[in-house]
Ligand binder design. Structure first.
Ligand code: AMP
Length: 217
């Protein structure tokens, strides 16, 4: 089974991906995580992506597809089941993914859309704090750490992602509505789109995702 977890920034793709990996043993590919790692490693891809990501735009289709292809290539021998998180994000990327799926002889992915209204997303993104050590996620509005700025799990320092500031958040949502939402129509036409109300708790959302998978796969 291959899945695309699709939704605006802050819709819970990262949180739900971790649960899906734990439950179904899927191989998680987050193009956002891969790009952030490339920036940390100061690789050429990272250098090209950094400024675009900091202002909330989309990295070029070709660059991000090459990255995706190389990650699939690393794992394809040992897995049949990928979870795509944050890819595809444009119509062109849908076509690129079709090609990659064929190249690696994978089954066509279903799309689970996490639906959350913009007002909630803005609070989730601007309030999000990540542990610099164990990457646990907190939110100053919805799920604050017990001690301000300190991780409940490992006592590491809590940080903000550079692109979680109010200005970049607005731009990321604008880009999502303009360029990424149209991706859904393509999967809807293929009968592969499942939409979930993702405003509830992480547990509730995971239960809904599970029902979709169990009813259809
Ligand atoms: P994310 O962690 O998925 O929110 O991604 C963070 C940032 O990485 C996005 O705002 C984009 O700048 C970039 N990015 C991640 N995935 C893609 C993609 N599939 N296409 C283009 N840019 C991407």
């Amino acid at each position: 089974m291959n899945l695309i977890l699709f939704g605006p920034p802050g819709s819970g793709k990262g949180t739900q991906s971790a649960r899906l990996v734990g439950h179904y043993g899927m191989t998680h590919i987050s193009t956002g995580d891969a790009l952030r790692a490339a920036i940390r490693n100061k690789s050429e891809i990272g250098m090209r992506a950094q400024a675009i990501m900091e202002r909330g735009g989309l990295v070029g289709d070709e660059l991000v597809t090459d990255l995706l292809r190389s990650i699939i290539g690393e794992h394809r021998d040992t897995t049949d089941s990928f979870l795509f998180d944050g890819y595809p994000r444009t119509r062109q990327q849908v076509m690129n993914l079709d090609q990659v799926i064929e190249e690696f002889n994978l089954s066509p992915p279903a799309v689970i859309q996490l639906d959350v209204p913009d007002e909630t997303l803005i609070l989730r993104l601007t309030g999000r704090r990540l542990c610099a050590h164990c990457r646990a996620v907190f939110n100053i509005y919805f799920s604050p750490a017990r001690q301000n700025g300190v991780c409940d799990i490992c006592a590491g320092p809590l940080m903000k992602r550079v692109d979680d500031n109010p200005e970049t958040t607005r731009e990321r949502l604008r880009v999502y509505h303009g360029q990424s939402r149209p991706v859904l129509e393509q999967y809807q036409e293929r009968g592969l789109l499942y939409t979930i109300d993702a405003t509830g708790s992480a547990d509730e959302v995971f239960r809904k995702i599970n029902s979709v998978i169990e009813e259809n796969y």
